[in-house]
Design a protein around this ligand. Sequence first.
Ligand code: IMP
Length: 407
Amino acid sequence: MSAIVIVGTQWGDEGKGKIVDFLSRKADVVVRYQGGGNAGHTVIVDGEKTIFHLIPSGILREKTCFLGNGMVINAEDLIKEVDFWVQKRLKIKQNLFISDRAHLILPHHLKKDRKKYKKKIGTTGRGIGPCYSQKASREGIRMADLLFDWQKVKSILRKNYSDKESLKLEILLKKFIKIFGKNIIDVSAKLHFYQKKGKKIIFEGAQGTLLDIDHGTYPFVTSSNATAGGACTGTGFGPLNIKKVIGVAKAYTTRVGEGPFPTEQNSKIGEKLREKGSEYGATTGRPRRCGWLDLVILKFASRVNSLTSLVITKLDVLSCFKQIKVCLAYSYKGKVLEDFPSSVKFLQKCRPIYQNLPGWQKDLGKIKDYRKLPKEAKNYLQFIQKKLNIPIKIISVGPDRKQTIIY
Ligand code: IMP
């Protein structure tokens, strides 16, 4: 039995795409369990950059890939994403399966998202929140409805669209059924089957711990459970079958969208991190807000996800600093806090307590062996490891597959 979950420990964009791609070389199955086209998982192979929004990056290695019931899927976007890979001669149709319980994103979800939440929350405008709202109000369309309850689909379309629009959507959904009908399956049953056969399964989280609808910086969050528990509810895979939870953390912190961010650097430091780390959204192109590493966040992520190990990404980006700061705790009205607070109003008033660590100011991009890292870089990693009491197993020193160090 070998099932692992890979989660983001910060506000998303930790570099999970690259890590899932790296780890999936030894996996049989890769599964996405929540979110939808709001995710943008970037993988660079031999200099060629590719971004996945819906399909797990494991598809590049021709692994069996699943989109779990916890996902919300825009039919048109999935057709386009699959088409893109088919043109590149990648075997997709026989390797990609969609849960019969996953929900469908429709144009009215996008419209509502863009009108109501894009500015206020800083959403990606992909219709994610409105689709999950409809799911919770039990008025959504599930993949199984496309196959077995066309009357229901038609009546929901008629309720939300003009006759002309409705007809257009019916045509699109029929096309979707024609392409994917046979790939819509009971993902939970299939995963159970694979697990019994001893196959290696990777669950790929999208977004990150602080964007989780329950545990994140509410209301500046996404609408699903990005934390490890979501891998079970979002696929129908039992929790006792999960062996490891790997947390992916950037060597510093970034976030897109609105909401408090205690270690944010609105200065030359933030600009340097953004430029060196190419910190622009993979889905929206928005510049990301940047700041120092925050161990209060990582400790929280360790607790809510049961992290068994850590991956540190983009360590190379910090090479440009003579001195590096790490946030150890927050101070609030003279009190020292080590637990991440629930209220964003409260978080806004927290001030980071930093420890300074020496930088290394050497290029790390070509280093393949942990022992060859500059001593200050090793010190930085060991400091994190010790404070969190979680082993760091992988270090990423550049965007390419090859720029990965196993520790
Ligand atoms: P939504 O998921 O589009 O509803 O957006 C809600 C919040 O999550 C916004 O702050 C987005 O910027 C953020 N978000 C959603 N997906 C990602 C992601 O893949 N990376 C980083 N932030 C994300």
